[in-house]
Design a protein around this ligand. Structure first.
Ligand code: UDX
Length: 462
């Protein structure tokens, strides 16, 4: 045990090399980083050291095979918590980038004196780590846990900002039309990315500038899904790119959930007919308004299909949990539906009863849905989500995007389209075909399998 309470495992064997991983402390970033750690530990036989902030610290006892090092993140004057975080993640990203510099550098410097470290792999949003890597002469690889398509679109954020797309409204001609610079995307998709576009664009530009200086980028995607976007990003960022996703398919490892998973739900799901149930979740950071929440409740009550709804404490702006539900809603719904605070999402998506996923299209959720061949109804909130959702709906055609937000008729139509209508069968066929491609990519000789081998060889060459 270290003086600050973090765990230290025994020294690795002398011949075994170590990799330092540093996840951004948010659920959608911790999950893929710990999955990647497991992959490199199992397939590369590297010793894994996870450096983590005190804020949203992962649980080391779930990963006895790794060494965990906690660093101070400067968060002494106030306590922020993932379940009450309703504010501005970009502010927290910047805060961590400023406040972790010294503690991270000291920690890495100490480690490289003790054992042979091959490289560090840090979340792309921790852009400050590039300067640390350069100073300590340690290669830095980047994990970008979002889509490649998002990175390609984000390369144009300054232009989009200057053109006024962030502030566009339905009165602007480009609001609901393909953008001349990127015709897959509409103005309204860009307008949803952030309510604070200047800060968002500046942060993204800085993150990409330092990604370009890294020794390579690891993506949680597979080549067949984003081939054109991969070609573009490889051209824009001429460094090695590794697409070995989806990470969670390599093993059924332990969960890195920051919130306790309600597992009782699985026995309720077991009692539902095949492909009958709507699974609803908007991820770990997105927030919705009280009236949007009530709209979801009304639709789920009226649609006549079983549902499982994840209402994370803090999901509804200004509410602790379920206070905004319409009166007697729970009694009226009865056994037809369940609300939980958090669940084992991957298992729910893999369950035979799950028929569609009403999602915010965070990248992990999108990939997990493709993995299980579950069609999506898309309610993107912000960041990369509107872009992922546009591809799900218009490019891959494996879901329906709620173009008018939380509008009752539109939602009911979309759910019926994927669950009941003939069009739903076609959507299901397309997502199952993608799932097949994904499974092939993970097999010996497949694109993700090869990319993992390339990554292991690359790290071993340092
Ligand atoms: C955030 C951003 O919202 C997202 O757009 C970006 O791509 C990554 O960071 P988040 O909102 O958490 O992510 O969404 P998502 O990327 O989908 O990750 C959520 C993770 O939590 C998934 O791995 C999902 O399986 C897990 N989850 C979600 C649970 O385990 N249980 C739940 O009840 C809900």
């Amino acid at each position: 045990m270290n003086s600050d309470g973090s765990l230290r495992s025994t020294q690795p064997p002398a011949t075994r090399r170590s990799i330092i991983l540093f996840p951004l402390p948010f659920q959608g970033h911790i999950n893929p980083m710990l999955q990647l750690a497991n992959i490199l530990h199992t397939h590369g036989d590297f010793h894994i050291i996870i450096i983590h902030t005190q804020f949203n610290s992962p649980n080391p006892s779930k990963y006895p095979q790794f060494t965990f090092q906690s660093i101070k993140d400067g968060n002494t004057e106030y306590q922020y918590n993932i379940t009450t975080l309703t504010d501005d993640p970009i502010y927290i990203f910047n805060y961590l980038n400023e406040n972790c510099v010294d503690t991270f550098k000291d920690c890495v410097a100490g480690l490289i004196q003790q054992e042979p470290v091959a490289c560090m792999i840090t979340d792309a949003a921790f852009f400050f780590t590039q300067a640390v890597a350069d100073e300590l002469k340690l290669p830095r690889l980047v994990l970008r846990p979002s889509s490649v398509l998002c990175a390609v679109v984000y390369c144009n954020l300054t232009l989009f900002y200057e053109k006024g797309y962030f502030n566009c409204t339905n009165k602007d001609p480009f609001y609901d039309a393909p953008l001349p610079e990127y015709p897959i995307i509409k103005g309204k998709d860009i307008s949803k990315i952030s309510t604070k576009p200047l800060g968002h664009k500046d942060f993204a530009n800085k993150m990409f500038e330092y990604m370009k200086q890294s020794s390579g980028i690891i993506w949680n995607t597979f080549k067949e899904l984003e081939q054109p976007e991969l070609e573009t990003i490889s051209h824009n960022f001429p460094i090695p790119h590794f697409t070995l996703g989806p990470f969670h398919k390599y093993f059924s490892g332990s969960s890195s959930s920051l919130i306790d998973e309600d597992r009782t739900i699985m026995s309720w799901l077991d009692t539902q007919p095949p492909k009958s149930t709507i699974y609803v979740s908007f991820g770990s950071v997105a927030c919705i308004t009280e009236s949007e929440f009530q709209q979801v409740a009304n639709v789920l009550e009226n649609i006549g299909l079983p549902f499982l709804w994840v209402v994370r404490p803090g999901l509804v702006t200004g509410s602790k949990w379920l206070e905004s539900l319409p009166e007697t809603w729970l009694e009226r719904v009865g056994e037809k539906g369940r609300i939980v605070k958090w669940c084992c999402q991957k298992e729910v998506l893999a369950h035979r009863a799950t028929g569609c996923f009403w999602t915010h299209n965070g990248w992990n959720s999108t990939m997990e849905s493709i993995c299980e061949g579950v069609p999506m109804v898309c309610s993107p909130c912000s960041y990369d989500q509107p872009l992922n959702a546009r591809y799900v709906s218009d490019v891959w055609k494996i879901g329906v995007l709620l173009e008018d937000g939380f509008e009752k008729e539109g939602i009911e139509k979309a759910i019926k389209k994927v669950m009941v209508d003939k069009e739903g069968d076609e959507i299901r066929e397309r997502i199952n075909a993608l799932k097949e491609k994904l499974n092939l990519s993970l097999k010996e000789g497949g694109s993700s399998h090869k990319s993992l081998k390339n990554l292991v060889d690359y790290i071993s060459s340092f």
